[in-house]
Design a protein around this ligand. Structure first.
Ligand code: SAM
Length: 215
């Protein structure tokens, strides 16, 4: 979608460790990656090609005005705006940061797919080997499901016996909630798909891929 316009001015909000931001910059787009997680940005800045991206630590209030042709939020960043007032605020900031006619593209999981039911110590368990040869076993455990919000703990057990945990809460919005929130902040929905393969909602990957346009 970004490549539909060569040399786009792109915002990657919630860019994390920059895998998408770096890919877009490598093909000639002017990319700004914004994320509140300092450690993730440090990892992004250390990657090859990182100097082609403008990295900003922060979240939506920090965005410049009328600066981007397209804004993306990938890997369910939208669900990290748990509080609905916070989500509306982020949408208003995103709208402000886009040029008129600019597009906002993001994914968010479809609550009907109930993906959190697989976030248990058995189904979610996986292992990875780190560059320093240590192995990590990781799994997720849901701690609460209430009012469209799912709280969970991620567990990491390293082969040298170190153990870490991180907790988070994600907001699962219905397609109606997504539509109403976008409309309320001056976006028109161009398309809503059932995921990045652009299948219809309900028959895709258990998520929505939303393409909205700044009115
Ligand atoms: C699952 S990661 C996705 C990272 C990246 N977009 C990707 O596709 O690899 C979610 C990211 O959202 C970021 N995030 C959490 N709260 C945020 C907020 N209020 N504003 C912007 N980003 C946020 C996290 O720090 C994290 O980097």
């Amino acid at each position: 979608m970004v490549n539909e316009t060569p040399e786009s001015r792109v915002l990657d909000l919630g860019c994390g460790t920059g895998r998408l931001a770096l890919g877009m910059a490598a093909v000639g787009h002017a990319v700004t990656g914004v994320d509140p997680a300092r450690a993730s940005l440090a990892a992004a800045r250390a990657k090859p090609g990182a100097d082609r991206v403008t990295w900003i630590e922060g979240t939506s209030p920090i965005l410049p005005s009328s600066a981007f042709d397209i804004a993306v939020m990938t890997s369910h960043v939208a669900q990290f705006f748990v509080d609905d007032t916070e989500w509306q605020r982020a949408l208003a900031d995103l709208r402000r940061s886009l040029v008129p006619g600019g597009r906002l593209v993001f994914d968010t999981r479809d609550p009907r797919a109930r993906e959190w039911e697989q976030w248990n110590p058995i189904d979610s368990r996986f292992r990875v080997t780190l560059p320093d040869t240590r192995e990590v076993e990781a799994w997720t455990e849901v701690t609460a499901v209430q009012d469209g919000r799912v709280s969970f703990t991620m567990h990491y057990r390293f082969s040298d016996r170190e153990q870490l945990q991180s907790t988070a809460t994600l907001r699962f919005r219905t397609d109606d909630e997504v539509r109403i929130s976008l409309d309320g902040e001056g976006f028109s929905i161009e398309q809503m798909y059932g995921g990045w393969n652009r299948l219809p909602v309900g028959s895709g990957d258990g998520e929505f891929l939303v393409v909205a346009v700044r009115r």
